[in-house]
Design a protein around this ligand. Sequence first.
Ligand code: ATP
Ligand code: TZP
Ligand code: MG
Ligand code: MG
Length: 269
Amino acid sequence: MHNQVLALRNLIRSDAPLIHNITNVVVTNFTANGLYAAGAKPVMAYAPEEAADMAAAADALVLNIGTLSSATNEAMLIAGKAANKHGIPVILDPVGAGATSFRTESAAMLLQELDIALIRGNSGEIASLAGSEAVVRGVDASAAPADAAASAAKLAASRQTTVCMTGEVDVITDGSNTLTVHNGSPSLQDITGAGCLLSSIAAAFISRSDSPLEGAAAACAYYGVCAEAAADRQPFPGPGHFQVHLLDMLQQLSDEQLNQQLIIKEAAL
Ligand code: ATP
Ligand code: TZP
Ligand code: MG
Ligand code: MG
């Protein structure tokens, strides 16, 4: 898997895939800058009048329900249907699913209506979409339940998709095959948008990968090693510098460091 991670990271830099994001107002700028740093091209387009055209022109589409409204739900559905029609992978970030019924129902509606290549969320969001017991307050995960990985596999199998459940260890599963990624930094929890940016970077990797499972695992490993490198950089007075260091490392991480530090394991659930 090491070679695939390096190859995908470099394909993104050479191909600059266009990622259409319908995302939340909190993370829009950070997501765009993070995609540029990784070598991809971002575009945000939310108007129902142009959502289908933009999705059809993109290499991947990200639907992020972080600050959803009826209007963005409509745009997500239109963009998602166009992406499905053209064989463009659709990534869903169900931010805050489980926290309010509007979020849970909107995520379920998108899963029902669209062919989703990857769901990327924290343990509470994934458990709530799987129908498991979950406590979700706001957009941050609380302690992961003991059976969180089983919920991820259940969700993947029931929706015939791939699930990437992030946390200290990332679990990526298509219901039959499961990979775990053991990279990252606790500092990622001190800034907003760390998960949202990962979802968009996973979209870029999946657009150049043979399978969402492999693409998402490679994205988690690359992103996690960048976070480790960012946390090691000096000066490090706090989260402000970490965010800037992370953007810098997404662009500047060497192949050697990525190869040395990435940890992806096959897991049995
Ligand atoms: P939340 O809102 O609960 O923080 P999120 O959508 O921001 O969720 P995270 O689960 O925080 O998503 O994942 C974002 C990135 O942070 C991933 O790369 C993940 O591996 C990493 N991460 C999260 N928690 C930790 C941790 N305790 N140690 C190391 N890396 C972590
Ligand atoms: N509120 C609504 S969306 C959002 C907040 C704070 C950003 C969530 O970003 P992430 O990546 O899930 O931490
Ligand atoms: Mg986080
Ligand atoms: Mg999130």
